[in-house]
Design a protein around this ligand. Structure first.
Ligand code: 13P
Length: 352
């Protein structure tokens, strides 16, 4: 066991740190971001229901095959894909494991390792995320199976008396413990404290809460993690004036920040990421995307569950990836709208 060099040092060898840093830097390479395809069985069922498909193993597998076998050009803008456990174990119809399909494209497979959001006892409808039991063993299996990074989602809710200190501390601690366990197993942890956009709060409240939630980062201090941050305001309240966008820039975080789309429309998610990256302020870290809904809404619409439309769905995915890749370097000029372009993707009390 290597000796710590300060109270903030995690017990990692230089070789372990190097490996983690390399993966994290590849994830946030210029013009690249993450496709979040880690919807749970239930959440995927809701997406399939929208296109009148039953929520069967085979339909989920077929859809994921569509995503992962899109033309190789996708790897110019997608550095990593987050998988759900079921998907990690699935293969194409021709029998090629999805993990291999991604690796062959130069895309890093990632894995959602939490076991879902649960009520936080004694709180006002707040929550924590479970899944620490057996996490180290699961991470070891995922690493051996080809994954390079992991995701764990925590949820914080804004209301008159929330998020409470209890919820913020609990979620910060669970994220820090998860992150440390991942690192011990060679997985870069994406630390995702999602502040839900639900509620009638204003921009200033969202700013205050987002800043308070930075407790998470202090707990995770000195870890070479990748972070996911959310814009915690309903679409109609987002002001594209770059000054207001500084509210979303958290501090103290190496080596990159990957924003989730959080219910914004596809086009808004791209335009806002671009605005963040064109803001003239100091930006010490790459600021890119880890989008689920905002990369997939048009794909689902174009596919509609029909084999004849697989290519059309893949073309939509590539278009969204290219638009967001451009936004990640502040070069999105507009005009990349897909089939679901301006539609709100807001889901009340969103679960993954
Ligand atoms: P949405 O982009 O759908 O909000 O979710 C992305 C995500 O969960 C990132 O890990």
């Amino acid at each position: 066991m290597p000796k710590p060099t300060s109270r903030f040092t995690t017990y990692l060898t230089p070789a372990q740190e190097d490996e983690l840093r390399k993966i994290a830097n590849a994830i946030v390479a210029p013009g690249k971001g993450i496709l979040a395809a880690d919807e749970s069985v239930g959440t995927m069922g809701k997406r399939l229901e929208n296109i009148n498909l039953p929520n069967t193993d085979e339909n989920r597998r077929k859809y994921r095959e569509l995503l992962f076998t899109a033309d190789n050009v996708i790897s110019n803008n997608v550095s990593g894909v987050i998988l759900f456990d079921e998907t990690f174990r699935q293969s194409t119809a021709a029998g090629v494991p999805f993990v291999k399909v991604l690796q062959d494209k130069g895309i890093i497979p990632g894995i959602k390792v939490d076991k879902g959001v649960v009520p936080l006892a004694g709180s006002l409808n707040e929550c924590t995320t479970q899944g620490l039991d057996g996490l180290s063993e699961r991470c070891a299996e995922y690493k051996k199976g080809g994954c390079g990074f992991a995701k764990w989602r925590c949820v914080l809710k804004i209301s008159e008396h929330t998020p409470s200190h209890q919820a913020m501390m609990e979620n910060a601690n669970v994220l820090a413990r998860y992150a440390s366990i991942c690192q011990q197993n060679g997985l870069v942890p994406i630390v995702e404290p999602e502040v839900l956009p639900d509620g009638d709060h204003d921009l200033e409240t969202a700013q205050r809460v987002t800043e308070e939630v930075r407790l998470v980062y202090i707990c995770c201090f000195r870890m070479p993690c990748s972070f996911t941050q959310t814009a915690s305001i309903k679409k109609k309240k987002i002001n594209r004036d770059p000054v207001s966008i500084t509210f979303f820039l958290p501090l103290h975080l190496p080596p990159g920040i990957t924003f989730l789309s959080g219910g914004q429309s596809e086009e808004d998610a791209t335009i806002n990421l671009n605005a963040i990256n064109t803001y003239a302020g100091r930006k010490p870290w790459p600021l890119t995307f880890s989008y689920g809904r905002a990369l997939q809404a048009s794909v689902l619409k174009a596919w509609g569950g029909e084999d004849a439309n697989i290519k059309a769905g893949q073309d939509e995915l590539i278009r969204r990836a290219q638009a967001n890749g451009a936004a990640a370097v502040g070069k999105y000029a507009g005009g990349g709208e897909g089939a679901a372009g301006g539609e709100s993707l807001f889901v009340a009390n969103h679960a993954y």
